[in-house]
Design a protein. Structure first.
Length: 187
């Protein structure tokens, strides 16, 4: 028997712990301190039995990113993430543990022209995680506490970038790896 697709709108919020990869630019190297911030967003959950698709849109603030080495200083980095999660649930009467995986397309912005010119227009990460889906009795709402890990598949910073009039040619540009603790609720 074919099950109908069940769709639910939801909201997410949580904390993120980000690690930007170092930049090697010929004889100079730039490193980034780990950044921590928060994220909020919305998703639409399409369930078909134990398998589901969950596209979303998430605003992620990495907070102040500290730069050391050939370049020094701080800048604030924000991202608009578009995750497309494939979820695999194990339904039980009280709750459903699940695994998720999928790509995330991110659009970065720092709010500073010099830094924005050095950022790619978008970059891609892979995303894996796990969580537990609970149904709240009486309300019909579902809670989704989850842990996610996103790993960089493409570069955040362009191969050739300029800061304060100085041009750097990157041999190995920077990617973003992120750990996230998140709570979602669907209606």
């Amino acid at each position: 028997m074919i099950q109908p697709v069940q769709a639910q709108f939801g909201l997410v919020a949580g904390l993120n712990f980000d690690d930007l990869g170092d930049i090697d630019a010929r004889n100079t190297q730039t490193t980034f301190d780990q950044a921590s911030g928060y994220h909020v967003g919305a998703f639409y959950n399409f369930n078909l039995g134990p398998v589901g698709l969950r596209p979303g849109i998430v605003y992620r603030d990495l907070g102040d990113v500290t730069v050391k080495g050939a370049l020094t200083g701080d800048f604030d980095l924000q991202l608009i993430d578009i995750p497309i999660d494939l979820r695999f649930r194990i339904p039980t009467p009280a709750f459903s543990p699940y695994l998720l995986a999928g790509p995330v397309v991110s659009f970065p912005s720092s709010g500073e022209d010099d830094a924005d010119d050095s950022l790619e227009d978008y970059f891609i990460t892979g995303n894996v995680g796990f969580g537990i889906e609970f149904t709240l009795p009486g309300l019909g709402w579902k809670l989704f506490p989850e842990f996610r890990y996103a790993f960089g598949l493409s570069d955040l910073i362009k191969d050739d970038f300029a800061v304060a009039g100085r041009v750097f040619v990157g041999d190995d540009a920077s990617t973003v790896n992120t750990y996230m603790l998140r709570l979602g609720v669907s209606f």
